[in-house]
Design a protein around this ligand. Structure first.
Ligand code: HEM
Length: 526
């Protein structure tokens, strides 16, 4: 349950009161002062209305208004139209606030991040960095992850994996989603653990995929209400939420394995001194060696390394899948980008990180890819554990959802938001539309610590695909042509395009040669 912590009761816990029955006096004092504190905060904020939202009935609140899995963003968008920038829902006594505009999200999650940086309390213990409350363990993990923000040492590994993806695309273009998946997973395993993925049924990848699927389900905005209802897991599967509740229960076991098994592999390599550069080895070097790290620091390292897979793969897979769909639907954008690459790079090499400063149109495409169909449409749910006030409304202790989908599709901010148009981010700064990179990675003290790694991955993937392939003819699995107005996503925590087919063909014989030349030395991965 989300609770307000009274500073008075905290103070009392620390102090002692003299007299013949100190325990009784203490308990009574705590009770009286806690009641006084609660009535003080309620009086302070109580005369302000709650933000508007769906009707509520006793006990269950607005449970029946809560959207089904995958439908959250559509429903939230409808609520936004009806009730405006900030919407309130109450379910089983717990409050949820949905922020529908960038202004509201920045005002609360950024400017008041001292109180809006928690995660909603769950019935079980936190099981990953992103579900940890804002405590010391989180700070330790984030500190380690921050050290990875600026490192360029991972770029060669990233470039290699993308080039291997290009080679697989030459061979079986129709299996493009599997190739993206393999490339994203292999990049993350290389970066975090210096582990080489050499087959499609790699053990660690299978483990991480299982974890990702479960994570996505149990943390989707539509899912966490089941956490409020303890008895659900004992009911049969047909009761809404019962199987989901069981999955929440078994999740920590999966999380222990994902934290322990690949880490064990890197430890073995480091003990034998056969390891290469990884997030773990870099963290160890920064501390003067693993043996110089305390047990707490090592535990934080295990958690932080596992965050790479959990947070870094599905997001990249989603983004790349959206990008390929965009290229198939907007051929004039594709042509313009390819013309820029050809004029800057020519046909003697594949593009790399060194070329980035000379490719402004590609840079604008990276921004537009993050905006067009944002990967985490509800970000990750924040929590505020104290009363607050905003725009004349009372904000009770609540789970707080940033409706990123509404922000990236805000018509006041973006002209024709459903159109993929990199030109939004070109030209004089004053004329440019809002750079989605400034918020697509979240807010305040919980902002994505992997954003530099992610920005690198987005660039190298986009530029390499455009330099070597043409994309066209997107259609649904049933063969119906997709248009910008009929694009469909899955919703959920991570938003993927609904499965589609498209034509992916090499741009020339020369690019085929370049791909083979660049990957011949990497045959061990194929
Ligand atoms: C395109 C790729 C990515 C996108 C769009 C993305 C976006 C996000 C967003 C929106 C959040 C929630 C922030 C908030 O609560 O306000 C987040 C959290 C997080 N991301 Fe990323 N991310 C990406 C890739 C990565 C990568 C490669 C890593 C690897 C280190 C990573 C690690 C994390 C972690 C650990 C958190 C949780 C932070 C916390 O709870 O304090 N992400 N990300």
């Amino acid at each position: 349950m989300i609770e307000t912590t009274s500073p008075i009761s905290t103070w009392l816990k620390l102090g002692s009161i003299g007299g013949s029955s100190p325990d009784v006096v203490l308990v009574i004092s705590v009770l009286v002062l806690t009641i006084a504190w609660r009535s003080f905060t309620t009086t302070l904020h109580g005369n302000k209305p709650l933000p508007p939202g769906p009707a509520s009935i006793p006990i269950i609140g607005s449970l029946f208004a809560m959207p089904a899995a995958g439908k959250e963003m559509g429903v939230f968008a409808w609520w936004a139209k009806k009730w405006g920038p900030i919407v309130h829902i109450k379910i089983f006594g717990r409050h949820i606030v949905v922020l529908n505009t960038l202004k509201a999200a920045s005002d609360l999650l950024e400017r008041r991040s001292n109180i809006y940086s928690d995660r909603p309390a769950r019935s079980g213990p936190a099981d990953s960095v992103s579900t940890l409350p804002f405590n010391q363990q989180l700070k330790d993990c984030r500190r380690l992850l921050h050290q990875a923000r600026s490192i360029k040492v991972y770029r060669p590994g990233n470039e290699e994996q993308v080039r291997l993806m290009l080679r697989r695309l030459l061979q079986t273009p129709e299996a493009f989603v599997e190739h993206i998946r393999r490339s994203a997973g292999a990049t993350v395993m290389k970066v975090a653990y210096d582990y080489d993925v050499t087959s499609d049924d790699d053990h660690f990848i299978a483990l991480a995929e299982g974890y990702n699927t479960a994570f996505s389900i149990v943390t989707a905005p539509s899912a966490f209400w089941v956490d409020f209802i303890p008895f659900l897991e004992y009911l049969p599967d047909w009761v809404p939420g019962a199987s989901l509740k069981r999955m929440v229960g078994s999740f920590p076991d999966l999380q222990n394995r994902i934290r322990g098994e690949p880490y064990g592999y890197t430890m073995e390599q480091m003990a034998k001194k056969t390891n290469g550069v990884s997030f773990i080895s870099t963290a160890a070097d920064n501390h003067g060696g693993l043996d110089q790290m305390s047990e707490t620091e090592l535990e934080a390292l295990r958690w932080a390394a596992s965050a790479f897979y959990g947070a870094g793969t599905a997001t990249t897979i989603s983004l790349t899948s959206w990008f390929i769909l965009a290229m198939s639907l907007f051929p004039e954008v594709q042509k313009k980008a390819q013309a820029e690459i050809d004029s800057v790079i020519g046909n003697e090499k594949l593009p790399g990180f060194v070329d980035r400063p000379e490719l402004p149109y590609i840079e604008a495409m990276c921004k537009e890819t993050l905006r067009w169909n944002c990967v985490l449409p509800g970000a990750l749910t924040h929590a505020v554990n104290t009363y607050d006030e905003y725009e004349g409304y009372r904000i009770p202790p609540s789970a707080v959802i940033a409706n990123m989908r509404a922000m990236t599709r805000d018509e006041k901010e973006y002209k024709d938001p459903h159109i993929f148009r990199p030109e939004r981010f070109l030209g004089p700064l004053d004329d440019q539309e809002k750079d989605a990179r400034s918020y697509a990675y979240g807010f305040g003290r919980r902002i994505c610590p992997g954003l530099n790694i992610a920005n690198d991955a987005v660039y190298i993937t986009i530029v390499s695909l455009l330099a070597t392939f043409n994309f066209s003819n997107a259609m649904t699995q049933n063969g119906v042509h997709i248009t910008p107005l009929t694009v469909q996503g899955t919703g959920g925590l991570i938003h993927f395009p609904v499965k589609y087919k498209c034509s992916i063909t090499p741009r020339s014989d020369r690019v085929k040669e370049l791909i083979y030349e660049a990957t011949d030395d990497l045959a061990r991965y194929l």
